[in-house]
Design a protein around this ligand. Structure first.
Ligand code: VTB
Ligand code: MG
Ligand code: MG
Length: 328
C-alpha cells in the first residue's frame, strides 16, 4: 500500500518527518564529540559518517542533490549519491551534516546538523557558489523586502510593517569584509546588526522566531547550498526569502549549467528554491539562538532538534535524552 500524507505527495509521510530528526540527532552528536577541539575536518567527517549511516536506514530511495560536493572530491554524501534502504518513495535530499564547521571547532554559537527531504526534482540544484540572500519571518505582506531594493529601504519597510521604530530592528549578517558596505548601510538606518562568524542557515531560520532569537531579517551573501536548505525550512514555517546565485566566473557559470540550473541570473524565491513538499530537520551542535547544542551528561546525551513539514506547517522542537550510548 502506498501511504500518503494527508495533503499531498505520496511518500513524504508524517512518520518520515520524525525519522528525519534521528538523522540530524546522530550527526550532531558525532560532531559535538569533537566540538571545541579546533579540528574542523575531523568534526565534519564525523558528522558526515554519522548522517550517512542514519540516512541509509530510512525507507526511501533518496538522491543527494545538495551535498558534500561532487563525487570526485567528496567520497560520501556526494551529489548524486543514492541513500536509503532503496525501498520507499523517491525523494531528493539536501544536507549539510555540519553547517558551520569553524564555529563547531571553536565552540561558538549556531552550528547545526541539517537535512531536507523533498519531492523529487523540486529543489534548486545549486552549485557550491555564493548566493545573495534576504529573508524575513512569517506575518509580513508579500514583497515587503526585496533583494534588489537598497538595504536602507528594506530596513525601513520592515520596521514600518512590524510597526516598530527602526532602532528595534535587528539584522543578521555574516561578518565578512565583502559585507562592509551592507553593514554600513544597515547601521546608517539606526538598526542593529548581529554579526555572525558562520552559520547562515541558522541566521535565516532565526528570522522566523524574532521573539526568541532577536533577529528580524537576514541579509548578505553566503553559500548557495545553505540558501536552498534555509529556503526549505521557510517553506515549512512561512516567511519570505529571495536568493540569487553569484556566478562571476566562467568556471562557476559552467558548474551551474552542469548542475542543470536553467536560469542562472534569476532571483529565486524560497518557493522556487524548494517548490515541492518538504520535510526539514536540524539539530543544534553548539548552543544557538533557537536550539541548544548537544549536552553530554553523566547519564545521557541530550539533543535539541527542530522538525518541520511543509504540507502541515507543523514545527516540532524535540528535546531528546539518549541513554543508549552505543547507539551513537
Ligand atoms: C556561509 C556560512 C556557512 O559558508 O554560508 C559561508 O553560513 C559562506 O562562505 O556556515 P564564506 O565562509 O566564504 O563566507 C559557511 O561558512 C560554511 O558552510
Ligand atoms: Mg558542511
Ligand atoms: Mg555549510
Amino acid at each position: 500500500m502506498n501511504v500518503s500524507s494527508p495533503a499531498g505527495t505520496p511518500g513524504l509521510t508524517r512518520e518520515l518527518s520524525m525519522e528525519l530528526g534521528r538523522v540530524t540527532e546522530r550527526a550532531a552528536v558525532a560532531a559535538a564529540r569533537l566540538r571545541g577541539r579546533g579540528d574542523e575536518k575531523a568534526a565534519d567527517q564525523a558528522a558526515v559518517d554519522a548522517m550517512r549511516a542514519e540516512l541509509n536506514r530510512l525507507a526511501i530511495r533518496g538522491t543527494v542533490v545538495i551535498g558534500e560536493g561532487e563525487r570526485d572530491e567528496a567520497p560520501m554524501l556526494y551529489i548524486g549519491e543514492e541513500v536509503g534502504t532503496g525501498k520507499g518513495p523517491e525523494v531528493d535530499i539536501a544536507l549539510d551534516p555540519l553547517e558551520g564547521t569553524t564555529i563547531c571547532a571553536k565552540n561558538l554559537p549556531n552550528s547545526l546538523a541539517v537535512v531536507a527531504l523533498a519531492t523529487k526534482g523540486s529543489l534548486l540544484y545549486a552549485p557550491d557558489v555564493y548566493m545573495n540572500k534576504i529573508a524575513i519571518g512569517p506575518g509580513y505582506p508579500d514583497g515587503v523586502v526585496a533583494i534588489d531594493a537598497a538595504p536602507e529601504d528594506n530596513i525601513h519597510a520592515l520596521a514600518k510593517a512590524k510597526n516598530v521604530p527602526v532602532s528595534e530592528i535587528t539584522a543578521c549578517i555574516l561578518d565578512r569584509p565583502r559585507h562592509s558596505a551592507l553593514i554600513e548601510a544597515v547601521r546608517s538606518t539606526g538598526a542593529a546588526i548581529r554579526l555572525i562568524g558562520d552559520g547562515d542557515v541558522a541566521g535565516v531560520i532565526d528570522t522566523t522566531a524574532p521573539e526568541e532569537t532577536g533577529i528580524d531579517i537576514y541579509m548578505g551573501t553566503g553559500g548557495a547550498p545553505e540558501g536552498v536548505l534555509a529556503a526549505s525550512a521557510l517553506r515549512c514555517v512561512g516567511g519570505q526569502m529571495q536568493g540569487r546565485l553569484i556566478l562571476d566566473t566562467d568556471e562557476k557559470r559552467a558548474r551551474a549549467e552542469r548542475m542543470g540550473v536553467e536560469h542562472p541570473e534569476k532571483t529565486y524565491s524560497h518557493l522556487e528554491m524548494a517548490s515541492g513538499e518538504v520535510l526539514f530537520a536540524a539539530t543544534g551542535v553548539t548552543d544557538g539562538n533557537m536550539l541548544s547544542g548537544v549536552r553530554f551528561t553523566k547519564n545521557y546525551i541530550q539533543t535539541e532538534t527542530i522538525v518541520m513539514r511543509s504540507s502541515s506547517k507543523t514545527v516540532r522542537e524535540i528535546k531528546a535524552r539518549h541513554q543508549d550510548m552505543e547507539k551513537f
